[in-house]
Design a binder for this molecule. Sequence first.
Ligand code: MN
Length: 435
Amino acid sequence: MTATNNGDWLATNDPSRRSWVESANAPDTDFSIQNLPFGVFSDAANPTPRVGVAIGDAIVDLSVLAREGLLQQDASLFEQPSLNAFIATGRAQWRALRVRLSGLLEANSAALRDNTALRKRVLIMQKEAQLHLPVHIPGYTDFYSSREHATNVGSMFRDPKSALLPNWLEIPIGYNGRASSVVVSGTPVYRPNGQIKLPDSERPIFGACRKLDIELEMGFVIGKKSTLGDAIPCEDAEAHIFGMVLLNDWSARDIQQWEYVPLGPFNSKGFATTISPWIVTIDALEPFRCARPEQSPQPLPYLRHAGDHTFDIKLEVDLCAAGADEVQTISRTNFRYMYWTMAQQLAHHTSGGCNVRVGDLMGSGTISGPTPDSCGSLLESTWNGQRPLQLPSGQTRTFIQDGDELVLRGWCQGDGYRVGFGACAGKVLPARETA
Ligand code: MN
């Protein structure tokens, strides 16, 4: 493996770089040549899931490129139903491949552009492909790191004057979630059944959730494992991150309210978590790095880091209501509002010696902003159902109804191009019959 010098990889973020894949040059495509996110796909011609990179409206089949000798990596790394094997090769390899792909797809590069037969085998149209869960996820953790979200929820369920619990400004609060029910965008989600305590009855009922909600989050994927017993220092934490996805932490608010004391959410969160299919690397996000909000009090020493450790990522939630044709954007916010950074979350997670593994998924927590239209959950935007949303079709919504489809979108806005995440979509199906 030849070393990749810094100049090579910085050129992959050059805003003026264009691709011979024309659709990648559209100012509103998520998948510009500056992005190059990784995923796993299959298609009718080859139903075996394998690793690809999104470019414009197409996918680059890395297994074919490697077999043809156009990549330094062995094809077996990409003939895989997950990215874990490739991710485990480490940051120098991720970066070298990014440089190579950017070079092959760049407008003036003839090797692939002018080889029609090879190009047909390497480029698959996204609309003809099926996207799969991009990583095998050994563990999933969800944080609670938006000050606005925690304040809204605390005001609603406790007391507006002491909305934030005393530990919130000291600890990036989190819980160990359920990896087995993380699904890729497009997978339908059944309304969960569970225990619900109605206000006018002494004992709970068991039945279909009546307050089904989304949580607009982003997730990060661990790219470098740590050893049991070792803490990852805050300053080194980003070196353990492969990239980011959109994440919808579907939440059953009525089940949650009854079960969450004393050990936190369980069935109310464990029935499904949806992620977007493309993992956007930290290298692709680099031009959009920005400062986090001011932190006061100053965090304890193990949670301190110098420099900027978050990213300017615009986020939206679209609702396609059952029985309506139009799509309504019900929230607009930004990842940069998050109080605790990914590095602080990871430093805290491992501070007692908990190890992380390649492919582990960490959810940011619901991302709410400072304005009423920037809430990351229906719980907040309808204030627990008290202020229904008016939809253009004349319908209203408090919580999600059967047949509703929720779509999260996110992108970094460059000068004339985007580094986007695609869609994180899920349609809600009626609850299964209970016994
Ligand atoms: Mn959550």
